[in-house]
Design a protein around this ligand. Structure first.
Ligand code: FMN
Length: 169
């Protein structure tokens, strides 16, 4: 897809079909994570966890209670976990860069997707699930991307608009 079209087509998807994401597409999305800019990379790169197991997705999605699915029934979830960084906010910003790169690649692949913080905020307090997912000791789940085939097709839905100021002193 043309790059500008990707930018104009990315939007949060909160309704998914049951169609699983093909492995090659999933790996392409995850590969985009490795291209993200990182602050203090020597401190440790983000650890990426791909979840497609239905029981695990259910456990992650129901962390705020059984009546609310905080991953919106997506058939895949990719979690970015980072080691704490010696400067405030760097770990969170690294996770955000990684997830946004994946969001754009997922959009490029025609996959619905959504940046999620809530699921990782809950997961970070859930030692049992963190262990089951094999997230390395000391790494904190900070952000995630849910993805799958959306009920609505990916298409241009935005326009370029910006509120900005230039050279104001
Ligand atoms: C840092 C961050 C955290 C987010 N966390 C959640 C979340 O936990 N749950 C949710 O439904 N949406 C979450 N979102 C998605 C935003 O609600 C969404 O991006 C915003 O409303 C703009 O809509 P758009 O993505 O369609 O442009 C998050 C987005 C960002 C950037």
């Amino acid at each position: 897809m043309d790059f500008e079209k990707v930018l104009l087509s990315r939007k949060s998807c909160r309704e998914y079909t049951d169609r699983p994401v093909e492995d090659d597409k999933l790996y392409k999305v995850v590969a985009a994570a490795s291209l993200a800019p990182l602050g203090l990379p020597k401190n440790g790169k983000p650890h990426i966890t791909i979840v497609t197991d239905k029981d695990m997705l259910k456990a992650l999605g129901s962390q705020f209670g059984p009546d609310k699915d905080i991953i919106y029934g997506a058939p895949a979830l990719v979690i970015a976990s980072c080691p704490p960084a010696p400067m405030d906010g760097v770990a969170q910003m690294n996770a955000a860069c990684v997830v946004e790169m994946m969001a754009l690649q997922a959009t490029n692949e025609g996959l619905g997707n959504i940046y999620l913080y809530g699921v990782t905020a809950a997961l970070a307090k859930n030692e049992d699930l963190v262990k089951q997912l094999g997230i390395p000791e000391g790494f904190v789940p900070l952000s995630a991307l849910a993805l799958g085939y959306g009920k609505e097709e990916v298409s241009v839905c935005k326009v370029f608009e910006a509120t900005l100021s230039q050279n104001r002193y």
